[in-house]
Every structure is written in C-alpha cells, then in structure tokens.
Design a protein around this ligand. Structure first.
Ligand code: C2E
Ligand code: CA
Ligand code: CA
Ligand code: CA
Length: 278
C-alpha cells in the first residue's frame, strides 16, 4: 500500500500542485472577502434587436486584497466546492435589491435584473425564504428580479430545482435556463419545468456564419423555444452579423459586447439614460 501511495504521488506534477495551491488560496480568500465586503456587482444590458433595454444581468466581481482581480469563472466553481457559494449568492441578492431600489426613481422605465444561481443554491430551500425576505425588506416588486440557472445545474437536481423554481415562479419572478445546449441531455424535460426564457450559449452565437449546420442549430433552438412558449435570449453577441441573423430569425433578446459590456451601477445607469434619449 505504501508503494502504491508513492507511485500515485509521482503523478502529482508541479503544475497540479500549483493549481491545488491556487484553489486553496482562493477558497481562503473567499472567506476573507465575505467578511471584508470585497465583492461587487456589474450589470450587463439585455436589449431588443434595436437596442431597447429590456433587462440586465447581475455579474459578480471580486477584487481580492491578497489575490487581486479574480474572475467569477475561476472562483465560482471553487466557492461551490468549498460550500461558500450560497453566502455569495445571498450577498448578490442583497446588493441587487439595494441597487434596484436606488435605480427605480432614476430611470424612466424599470427593467428586471437577473441573478445567477448555482447548482448548490437549489439544494438550499431556505434560499427561497431569503429571497422573499429581501424583496419585502427592500420593497422590491418580484417582477423586477429574475433568476438564471444553467441547464446543467437544473438537471443535476431536477426534483429539487422544480420545487425551488415553482416557488420562485409563484412569487412572480421569471426563470431563465442558462448555457442552453452545452450539456448532453434529452430535451423531454423542457415540457416539465417552469422556465420562461432560454439563453442561447455564446458558443452557438460565436459559430453563427461558420457553416450551414451551425446556423441551422441556432435556428432550431430559437424555433423550439418559440413553440414551447419560451422567450429566447442570445448571449455573447459581438458582431452585427450575429445580431442580424438572430433578429431575422426571431430571437428577441440580445446580450453582448455589441451593445454593452457589464458595467458598475453608476455607468450602467448612465448607459440607460443615454439610450432612453435616443
Ligand atoms: P454566464 O452566466 O454565462 O455569464 C456570461 C458571461 O459572458 C459573463 O462573464 C459576461 O461578462 C460574458 N459576456 C457577456 N457578453 C459577452 C460578449 O459579447 N463577449 C464575451 N467574450 N463575453 C461576454 P463573467 O462576468 O466573467 O462571468 C462568468 C461566469 O461566472 C458566468 O457565466 C456565470 O456562470 C458565473 N457568474 C458570474 N456572476 C455570478 C454570480 O453572481 N453568481 C453565480 N452563481 N455565478 C456567477
Ligand atoms: Ca448567466
Ligand atoms: Ca450564460
Ligand atoms: Ca455561457
């Protein structure tokens, strides 16, 4: 057994050690970040094909005292594994409610903000109560908050997710299925879950124009969503060509750098005021 342990250890390369150390550092720094309020939230517009804002996505940002800027793509999975994600989610929910409350008097027409939920959030049924509590505490109409959950997270916890989102929908919040089409799954679940919006993943948007088959795939997703009575939102739209293809084919919500990057609240409000004037 001893030699087996040794042999196994020899497969543990320097890179793996560094990677492991980085993960440990991030996990520890998350703990610190929650205590010292190091997170913030940026907002990215969702618009109609002519650029009218119809929503925004809240995206968490983290500048760590010890590690500098860390991308959510890196720290969110670590927060999930270390059991800290729901604390971050709760922090984001509070932040978004505060921001929505402050923004309402400053915009002509309030638009809903969507919050990303992780797989482990769906197992915390108390989170539903936390969300209700936050709406009441900050006086937020539930219709101004939406939730995004990846197809993968949803299917990993199908029964729990259904229970969770049945309550969320009953409160009046829309739910979007994020990163749609990136997992491998049967589509039959789509008729059984309370989903309002399908988000077409950036990888499909990136491939628009690459081949007839790539285009056919996007068309099929849009058509399927339409027939199921769901709204379609395309993410990661960067070019006029992608925009034209999507809007010509019935995708009515567009999100991407072509219109706006994720922005801190003051700049996001400026952006809204600018487009309101057009
Ligand atoms: P996501 O939910 O799929 O969010 C879309 C990501 O694409 C965001 O990256 C956004 O900044 C980026 N993006 C939007 N438009 C474009 C574009 O036109 N071009 C390119 N290249 N990128 C674009 P971000 O903010 O780095 O977030 C990465 C991921 O981290 C998110 O992917 C989401 O899975 C996760 N995440 C971010 N904030 C939160 C959060 O508050 N809670 C949870 N659970 N996850 C979050
Ligand atoms: Ca998202
Ligand atoms: Ca997404
Ligand atoms: Ca994505």
């Amino acid at each position: 057994a001893k030699s087996a342990g040794k042999a196994r250890f020899s497969f543990f390369t320097d890179d793996m050690l560094k990677d492991y150390q980085r993960r440990v550092d991030i996990a520890n720094a998350i703990e610190y970040a929650l205590e010292h309020n190091e997170f913030s939230v940026h907002y990215q517009a969702k618009v109609t094909p002519d650029g009218v804002p119809v929503g925004a996505e809240a995206l968490v940002r983290w500048r760590s005292e010890q590690l500098g800027f860390v991308s959510p793509a890196e720290f969110i999975p670590i927060a999930e594994q270390s059991g800290k994600i729901t604390e971050i989610t709760q922090w984001v929910i509070n932040r978004v409610c505060l921001d929505v409350r402050d923004a309402i008097p400053r915009v002509k027409r309030a638009i809903p903000v969507s919050i990303n939920l992780s797989a482990s959030d769906l197992k915390k049924y108390h989170l539903v109560g936390f969300i209700k509590g936050a709406f009441i505490k900050y006086g937020i109409p539930p219709g101004l908050v939406e939730f995004e959950v990846t197809e993968h997270s949803y299917l990993d916890n199908l029964d729990m997710a259904n229970r969770f989102f049945a309550e969320i929908s009953a409160m009046g919040c829309e739910v979007a299925l994020d990163d749609f089409g990136t997992g491998y799954s049967s589509l039959s679940y789509l008729t059984k879950i309370p989903i309002d919006v399908i988000k077409i993943d950036k990888q499909f948007v990136d491939n628009i124009g690459a081949s007839e088959r790539d285009d056919a795939l996007v068309l099929t997703i849009v058509e399927m969503g339409r027939r199921l009575g769901m709204e379609l939102c395309a993410e990661g739209v960067e070019t006029a060509e992608q925009l034209k293809f999507l809007s010509d084919n019935g995708c009515r919500i567009i999100q991407g750098y072509l219109f706006s990057k994720p922005l801190p609240l003051p700049e996001f409000l400026e952006y809204l005021q600018q487009v309101e004037q057009k």
